[in-house]
Write a protein that binds this ligand. Structure first.
Ligand code: PBG
Length: 306
């Protein structure tokens, strides 16, 4: 009766990895319980998730063809568009969120285009806008720009408004830190990155700068503000909760997921209790939405038990 926060299935977003050119589901060893799905099984997977109560998915493509600029993601007949179209057709009521970035599609693994060996912010903005338009044309319900280019929300908002997608919301990866906790994700998507993303992702020491990034994205037209990694940066969630009226999303990232999974597998902690405690912490901190690889287990096994 007096519990201050409750987790609802409506709060959860489930990330999905869709790989081009494979025929069977491939388990991701660094993310126990998570798989790469072939395009041929995506429709079935989306229907299964809908029947388990999942309301929203975040799609990541794993293409077998990459290039220097990630052009491959812009065309209506390539993986990014195909997977969105397939998912949307499989379950029209499922909220399809398109991660908008280039790291999965570039041969060098950076989130944008390179010039003189560094990521060129403004060149990347034009390409991000094109990718967002391709995702909308394929049927995405929400665009989630994750490349951490300055001005990405403004650029994408302008492009969407100009092309008849004024009603499509933007969930901005606003405060995204250069984190070691993305390791399992990068191996899951075959990211070719050498080096790091410290020229565009944030310094873990910088809380005030994170607030500035979040507030900039609000002014640029974001509809949902995200903090990532969520669990390590709960303080940022709480601080921004007091500064904006927009909904806040927390990304419970791959390394945070893997930490619980492997600790539970070793018998060090109880997985279900740990997962629900972490979800409670996100809600207490002020997150409305939680992107988590545990979403499916929570929907299927845990919500009824609590
Ligand atoms: C980059 C992107 C990353 C994740 C999702 N999109 C991080 C990165 O490689 O820098 C990480 C998600 C996770 O670790 O679960 N566009």
């Amino acid at each position: 009766m007096v519990q201050e926060h409750t987790l609802s299935i409506d709060d959860l977003i489930y990330p999905l990895f869709v790989e081009e050119g494979i025929n069977d589901v491939i388990p991701i060893s660094m993310l126990p319980g998570v798989h790469r799905i072939p395009e041929s099984l995506l429709a079935e997977e989306i229907k299964a998730l809908a029947s388990e109560g999942i309301k929203a998915v975040l799609l990541f493509g794993i293409p077998h063809f990459k290039d220097a600029t990630g052009e491959i993601s812009l065309h209506p007949d390539t993986l990014l568009s195909r997977m969105i179209r397939t998912a949307k057709n499989a379950s029209p009521s499922m909220v399809i969120i398109a991660d908008c970035c280039f790291c999965e599609y570039t041969s060098h693994g950076h989130c944008g285009v390179l010039r003189n060996n560094t990521v060129d912010n403004d060149l990347t903005l034009a390409l991000l806008s094109k990718q967002a338009l391709a995702a909308c044309a394929a049927g995405a319900d929400i665009i989630a720009p994750s490349s951490m280019m300055d001005g990405q929300v403004r650029a994408i908002r302008a492009a969407l408004d100009a092309e008849g997608y004024a009603a499509k919301p933007i969930m901005a990866y606003s405060a995204k830190f250069a984190s070691a906790f993305y390791g399992p994700f990068r191996s899951a998507v075959n990211c070719e990155l050498k080096g790091d993303r410290k020229t565009y992702q944030m310094d873990p020491a910088n809380g005030r700068e994170a607030i500035r990034e979040l507030l900039c994205d609000e002014v640029e037209g974001a509809d949902i503000l995200m903090v990532k990694p969520g669990l390590l940066y709960l303080d940022i969630i709480t601080r921004i909760r007091d500064r904006t009226d927009l909904p806040i999303a927390a990304y419970h990232v791959s390394g945070e997921y893997a930490s619980i999974k492997f600790a539970a597998q070793a018998g060090a902690i109880d997985e279900q209790l740990a997962v629900m405690e972490v979800m409670g912490a996100f809600k207490r901190a002020g997150a409305k939405l939680i992107i988590t690889y545990f979403a499916r287990d929570i929907a299927r096994l845990y919500l009824n038990a609590h």
